[in-house]
Design a protein around this ligand. Structure first.
Ligand SMILES: Cc1cc2nc3c(=O)[nH]c(=O)nc-3n(C[C@H](O)[C@H](O)[C@H](O)COP(=O)(O)O)c2cc1C
Length: 213
């Protein structure tokens, strides 16, 4: 039987040590960047909260608080929910942070503001990877495409779809995949609101807030 020479064992140990070291570096770098991405995403959410309810009367006097999402159940449900309150703590709108997993280049993360009567007060894209010049017109700074959703509710329109799919919502030139994903995500936020806003508001009244932002 062949025996291993000391130099072969040394090489093997060296290769193993290098592999373990590289794996450790990659793990630490991954954890670090994951945390940084989450922090940046959260900052973008907070920066966009006010814009989503800017269409409400006296919106400047409203301040956001994050609610505990005790009703979460489905993967497509919102990641988080915020209440916009006035100085007497009365809630004027709920804002849902939702993800559209079916964007052209991956997930599109959105904030959808919904009034207590169930209509959209505004929508903002928090992050996306859609193609510049095609799908990226969903950004408020690049076009007013998102404005068409303001004032819409679950029953108005009846058919939540882009024109190409016989719905009322404008598509983007040369890009239907992105608008479809956004329309569906807003619709899901409105459905969640219809099903759960009562409980969320009751929780909020009884100290269900997570943080003050
Ligand atoms: C390089 C490249 C990038 C594209 N980026 C997008 C995009 O970001 N969003 C989008 O909706 N469509 C994008 N499209 C176009 C889609 O492939 C598709 O043709 C378009 O959305 C129309 O879809 P429809 O035929 O289902 O209406 C891109 C196409 C190419 C070739």
């Amino acid at each position: 039987m062949a025996t291993s020479s000391p130099s072969a064992i040394r090489t093997l140990l060296l290769v193993t040590a290098v592999a373990i070291g590289a794996a450790a570096v990659i793990t630490v770098a991954y954890e670090f960047s994951r945390e940084r991405i989450a922090t940046n995403e959260r900052a973008r959410v907070l920066a966009n909260l006010r814009g989503v309810t800017a269409t409400l009367t006296d919106s400047e006097r409203l301040t956001p608080t994050q609610l505990r999402l005790s009703v979460i159940g489905e993967p497509a449900d919102p990641n988080s929910v915020f209440a916009m309150r006035d100085e007497n703590d009365a809630v004027h709108a709920l804002i849902y942070s939702v993800s559209a997993p079916d964007g052209y280049n991956g997930a599109i993360n959105l904030l959808v503001g919904v009034s207590l009567s169930g209509t959209v007060t505004g929508v903002r894209v928090v992050s996306h990877r859609e193609t510049p010049g095609l799908g990226d017109a969903i950004e408020t700074g690049k076009s007013n495409w998102l404005e068409q959703f303001t004032g819409k509710g679950l029953k108005d329109p009846q058919h939540w779809a882009v024109e190409k799919d016989n719905g009322p919502f404008d598509s983007l030139t040369g890009a239907t995949v992105t608008p479809r994903a956004v329309v569906a995500a807003i619709n899901r936020a409105l459905t969640f609101h219809a099903q759960h806003s009562e409980k969320l508001l009751t929780d909020a009244e009884h100290g269900g807030d997570e943080t003050d932002d």
